[in-house]
Design a protein. Sequence first.
Length: 330
Amino acid sequence: MTAPDSPQDPLSAPAPNAAHVPTAAQAPTAAQTPDAWRLLEGAQRVLTLQAHPDDETLSTGALLAHLAARGTRIDLVTATRGEEGETVPGSIAPDDARSIVEVRAAELDGATRSLGIPSSCFLGSPPALAPGADARRYRDSGMRWVTPQLAGPAEDTGPDAFTRRPVAEAVADLAAAIRALRPDVLLSNDGGGTYGHPDHVHVHMIAARAAAAQGVPLIEVASYHDADAQADDPSFARRELPGTARAVEGALRAHRTQLTVLGPAAAEGAGSGVAGVDAAEGAGSDVDRAGRGSSGAASGIRIVLSGGQERVVPLSAGIRVHREEPVDAR
């Protein structure tokens, strides 16, 4: 795993210059919220917080590849090591002596290379470690399927799980990374937790608190467990991201213990190879849940997760600027 670039004394560095965005004490109204895409694409450096190895690809792969191709510096912090994730049968050779943590860390390295992410660390490891704290690990909290598309808390979550550790520790660790790396924008999932995974929901809360404390704007990526509701939510600005198929498929294939790539989700008659996807990707703004853009061009990659769920990883994203909800004085 690559080590992020940092100043000579990164953890004592001042907070990033966020004069162009409101602080938590000056939370914007809906009308004042800055345009999410303009803010994100204008950023020179983006820090993204994800819950597990593979979330950087499944949740934000096309978006991160798009930003990297534009020259944006991306730093990745992953909260847990994915210890509780199911694995694809046969994906680990019988003579492979590595632990699942080591395997998934290696897969993460491969995915970040494909997406164009030059630096990656785990939460609780420098530079994502609060000053004076000993290095710490946040363990995957696990989950169970409540519906075929929505996850909920596991029945046997242990005391060292990410969701059961002191919130203040995780916030302090992420705040240290913000001070060290000085991103213009923090990027993470929205409060829906992508598909409801407890660690994803927790990541959103950690990101929101650390961003507010450090005066950095938080960009939320839309969840996908309730596609109809998300499609009708006007607070998310949606955009197709043509030209990202090769990077995203490469990153997906790196996570071989977690999923199997079936190929592009293409319109009838479209090519079946990744090259065909990139050639067909349009610049329209509408994306349907079959993975096709408004022109009918392919705009997603179809996969099967280790648990057997088939889905399309879109070559598009819906984002918005996180806005603190006003406190009810009553």
